[in-house]
Design a protein. Structure first.
Length: 418
């Protein structure tokens, strides 16, 4: 049988079952792992897939316990991740249709009682059935090995356990070890939308070789750079979905039924009616609801106010750039002022030492005339020495920690930095 894919613990073959092509996924028990636990994981995925009926979720055709294997419907194209690596030409109808199909499947999962969390949504787990945006199905979600019900599970597993090693598509709260939330499944759609826009691997620009470094960046709020050519509404939806505070992310129901149709209506007006018709058989209406609310940067808006959001966002960007420029100029002025104060400070310290020397001479009944006093003032060489010391010790905290000791047993004054 032809191998059409490989995973960490599985190999996928192209096979034939009842006269149709199918994908045979054969699982391999990892070394040093508990076979019973691995069997439970397999049983969980099979049981879950058997209960799911949605055109945007892969169909389970059959399974085997010896060997551990699943028969899944065969989709002729690659995973979305591999397909994007080929740098295909993607127009907006196809891009938005893929997002629509993913949102449709995730809405279906999250409306279960209790909700079903996928927990490993990413482009490698999105399979493509077609590249025609008007096809009955374009994208399907697969790989439910880590999926779980929010309040119960097949093996007593809690929803908070992290089983995914690669942090690229993981939300900040999951990386931090917090409980999985429904909103934790929303975060990766932002990265998928970004990948559909750029065709690149997320976070490549940060050049992190280790997962720990990438995790730290994500926790601190780092996100891939959105190209300046990106339409504003699409950009806002990305930003809303990867919002650091999971409570502020929109739901998939809101994305699928309200926010995404509004974007389609603006960017692909001729495609919008066709997409609405394609969504009718999912029993999930996809028409813009102008009264629906969504949140960006902590502010709630109606879909009808999308243009206001864009305007506010642009104003915010402008104010941010102005603030950066202002503080940069102010920082330069502060540095220059610090430099001048350092020069004055060094001169005062040196003059103080000279005067103390004069006082010392007077107290010892030495006669000090004006010529002798002037001779005690800093010479050009001493000034140069002060400048060199200042350049090597120019940090404010270093200057504050300097102390001056005087040698009163000679007529020459030495500045000793402690």
């Amino acid at each position: 049988m032809k191998v059409i894919g490989n995973g960490a613990f599985s190999c996928v073959h192209l096979a034939e079952y009842n006269g149709e092509k199918v994908a045979l996924k054969v699982l391999t028990i990892p070394p040093l792992s508990d076979p019973a636990t691995f069997f439970d994981d397999f049983h969980q995925e099979v049981s879950l897939l058997d209960t799911l009926v949605n055109k945007n979720i892969v169909v389970l055709k059959g399974f085997s316990f010896s060997p551990l294997a699943m028969l899944i419907e065969y989709l002729p194209l690659d995973s979305l991740y591999d397909w994007l690596r080929k740098k295909p030409v993607i127009d907006w109808p196809l891009r938005l249709r893929i997002v629509n199909d993913i949102a449709s499947a995730m809405t279906y999962l999250h409306t279960f009682k209790p909700p079903i969390l996928h927990r490993d949504l990413k482009t490698p787990n999105i399979l493509l059935a077609s590249s025609n945006p008007e096809a009955d199905v374009v994208a399907k979600i697969t790989d439910f090995g880590t999926a779980t019900k929010l309040f119960s599970s097949f093996k007593g597993q809690t929803a908070k356990e992290r089983e995914v090693v690669n942090p690229t598509w993981l939300s900040p709260e999951v990386i931090l070890g917090s409980n999985y939330q429904i909103a934790s499944d929303v975060y990766p759609i932002a990265l998928i939308m970004w990948e559909l826009l750029t065709g690149s691997h997320p976070f490549e620009e940060f050049d992190q070789k280790f997962n720990s470094g990438l995790e730290e960046l994500i926790i601190k709020g780092a996100r891939p750079t959105i190209p300046s050519s990106c339409p504003e509404k699409y950009k806002l939806l990305i930003m809303a979905c990867w919002e650091h505070n999971y409570e502020k992310r929109p739901t998939y129901k809101m994305i699928h039924e309200t926010l995404l149709p509004a974007i389609v209506q603006e960017l692909c007006p001729t495609f919008y009616p066709k997409l609405a018709n394609l969504n009718t058989d999912t029993n999930q209406p996809s028409v813009p609801n102008d009264e629906a609310l969504f949140e960006v940067d902590g502010i709630s808006y109606k879909v009808a106010d999308f243009n206001e959001v864009i305007s506010r966002y642009k104003d915010k960007q402008l104010r941010f750039r102005e603030a950066v420029l202002y503080w940069k100029n102010k920082s330069d002025a502060i540095v220059e002022r610090e430099k001048k104060l350092a020069e004055r400070e060094d001169a005062v310290f040196l003059l103080e030492g000279k005067l103390r020397s004069v006082i010392h001479l007077i107290e010892d009944n030495h006669k000090v005339d004006l010529k002798s006093f002037l001779a005690l003032l800093p010479s050009e060489e001493e000034k140069n020495q002060m400048e060199k010391r200042r350049e090597t010790q120019n940090e404010p905290e270093e200057r504050e920690s300097r102390r001056i000791a005087y040698d009163f047993d000679s007529r020459n004054i030495f500045l000793i930095y402690l």
